[in-house]
Design a protein around this ligand. Structure first.
Ligand SMILES: *[C@@H]1O[C@H](CO)[C@@H](O)[C@H](O)[C@H]1NC(C)=O
Ligand SMILES: *[C@@H]1O[C@H](CO)[C@@H](O)[C@H](O)[C@H]1NC(C)=O
Ligand SMILES: *[C@@H]1O[C@H](CO)[C@@H](O)[C@H](O)[C@H]1NC(C)=O
Length: 386
């Protein structure tokens, strides 16, 4: 007995050790140990609703700005009640930052997330060029969102990834599991910060702020590769076990040339915004191609990527396949009463429904206008635009 006891103790310590290694091997890369696990419905589907370019907070000194904001909140309430999504994405330009006052810039976030908080819908955000302005930054908005929205899954990139931590931190991924009990996710949602807007770096001359680069910072390319390696090690090959979907506010400039060959019978949806300088990442002659490291890493390393989805250009709704990478790109739908618009464009959302938990699942997607009209319905899969 005297001899056996230490041996038994050793055994049980070893047992605990092995057990914890096994469980942490599965668990430790889930970035949300303290949040509800996102999972597909019992019928094997998963529905995402995307609001984009809401541009809250315009002209707070006039009556029309606050009226627009109230209308945008109503739009959210109407759409969320009808669509009942499993997840919501707010894809950038949440606030028209050039209009916000320093003392209450971030409290606008409270208004935007209230409908999601009320209905307890999990969500996350990207930030856009209008979210970096003199009195607000991407980081200010993210911190406020994290503090007032319990079901926000928005995170910030590790220090040094994405450019400076004030204006480009919103790069992260979110795992979605096939069931509540599953140990490995079947879908990864990727979110990237395309920066842009202005920084208040010219302190002596605040009326002349400096422009922030308007592309996903090149450091994100290596980060994508590292994260994919970690996922493969923990969860098995992404090619065989996971689907993916990606969001970034400003479209990569590589999709700009798709517009010339659009066929509205095959690639339906509003196509009213002519893409040019400023309408895609790094699209000015002096910066052209600077979004290449991000674009190449995303399209080469992330397997089963169903689409990359952007806002920024309020008059476009189409989805088209970029032929050199074979990846589908889709525009959002202008989802709030702020920001530029034209007669007939309307306001609404893009819906996406994953049809199964398999990595080769197709995804149904369409535009839903505020009043309920549905348009531009397509199936994202190997047959689309191929
Ligand atoms: C920033 O906020 C201050 C204080 O509220 C305000 O006076 C100023 O006009 C704002 N600046 C901009 C560019 O909105
Ligand atoms: C923000 O502050 C400005 C200036 O103090 C004020 O005019 C405006 O109504 C405030 N907006 C909100 C939403 O509180
Ligand atoms: C921007 O700079 C001005 C001038 O120094 C300062 O008053 C203001 O608080 C700054 N804004 C932010 C958001 O830091």
């Amino acid at each position: 007995m005297k001899l056996l006891l230490p041996f038994l103790m050793l055994l049980s310590t070893f047992d605990i050790y092995v057990h914890s290694v096994q469980t942490t091997r599965q668990e430790d890369i889930n970035p949300y140990p303290d949040k509800p696990r996102l999972s597909f419905r019992t019928d094997g589907t998963f529905k995402i609703t995307v609001f984009s370019d809401q541009h809250f907070g315009e002209n707070p000194w006039d009556s029309w700005g606050p009226e627009h904001d109230a209308a945008s909140v109503n739009l959210m309430k109407t759409v969320l009640a009808d669509e009942k999504p499993d997840y919501v994405v707010l894809n950038g330009d949440l606030i028209t930052g050039e209009n916000t006052f320093k003392e209450n810039a971030t409290t606008i976030i409270d208004q935007i997330v209230a409908p999601l908080n009320d209905l307890k819908i999990p969500f996350s955000t990207t930030q856009g060029n209008h979210d970096n302005q003199n009195n607000i930054t991407h980081l200010d908005e993210i911190k406020r969102e994290q503090s007032v929205a319990p079901l926000s899954y928005t995170r910030t990139a590790p220090p040094g990834i994405g450019g400076d931590d004030q204006h480009g931190p919103g790069t992260y991924w979110v795992p979605v599991y096939p069931t509540q009990d599953a140990q490995t996710p079947c879908l990864i949602l990727w979110f990237f910060d395309s920066r842009g807007g202005f920084a208040n770096t010219s302190e002596p001359n605040p009326s002349n702020p400096q422009g922030v680069d308007d592309w996903v910072h090149e450091s994100v390319a290596g980060w994508i590769e590292d994260e994919v390696s970690k996922m493969d090690a923990a969860w098995g090959s992404g090619e065989e076990s996971r689907a993916a979907l990606a969001f970034v506010h400003i479209p990569p400039h590589f999709v700009q040339e798709l517009q010339a060959n659009l066929d509205s019978s095959k690639e339906p949806g509003l196509n009213a915004d002519q893409l040019g300088e400023g309408s895609s990442q790094a699209a000015n002659p002096s910066t052209l191609g600077n979004d290449g490291p991000f674009w190449n890493a995303l399209t080469d390393k992330v397997k089963n990527l169903k689409a990359l989805i952007s806002g920024h250009d309020h008059g476009n709704e189409w989805c088209a396949r970029e032929p050199t990478k074979g990846v589908i790109f889709c525009f959002d739908k202008h989802g709030g009463y702020g920001g530029y618009t034209q007669d007939g464009w309307g306001y609404g959302v893009r819906n996406l429904v994953f049809k199964s938990t398999k990595p080769d699942t197709t995804v149904d997607t369409w535009i839903r206008l505020e009043g309920g009209e549905e348009k531009a319905r397509v199936v994202l899969g190997p047959d689309y635009d191929n």
